[in-house]
Write a protein that binds this ligand. Sequence first.
Ligand code: FES
Length: 157
Amino acid sequence: MNLDDSAQDPEKREYSSVCVGREDDIKKSERMTAVVHDREVVIFYHKGEYHAMDIRCYHSGGPLHLGDIEDFDGRPCIVCPWHKYKITLATGEGLYQSINPKDPSAKPKWCSKGIKQRIHTVTVDNGNIYVTLSNEPFKCDSDFYATGDFKVIKSSS
Ligand code: FES
């Protein structure tokens, strides 16, 4: 028996890649949503690159698939439509601006709160888009909203 076979191991199956759609389609729409092993994700196609992340914002569960993409400090971010938090597409970091109160003339500076939104891996094969869920062992704030209680996509299954 092959113990490496993900079909035999539920944990490995959870981290196997799942086809979520066609490259042609996401290039037109520039975003799509998908349910990957029971986790809801949004996939963005932005300036020639693919990014996937948990669909619900780490702050209070806002629907990131309905947000706008803007650059902050030269980094493309999804702006949550609920309270305008900014999340980098590439790393899932929350960005904020800070000012040194001892230096009122200083310009506000963009800073990172660290990784707040879980990022997943997107691969393209033969015109198909695949998402592989992150199995990074750290606790990510967006994990809280990635449960059944906060579903926004209607699963086709
Ligand atoms: Fe996204 Fe508050 S829920 S910013």
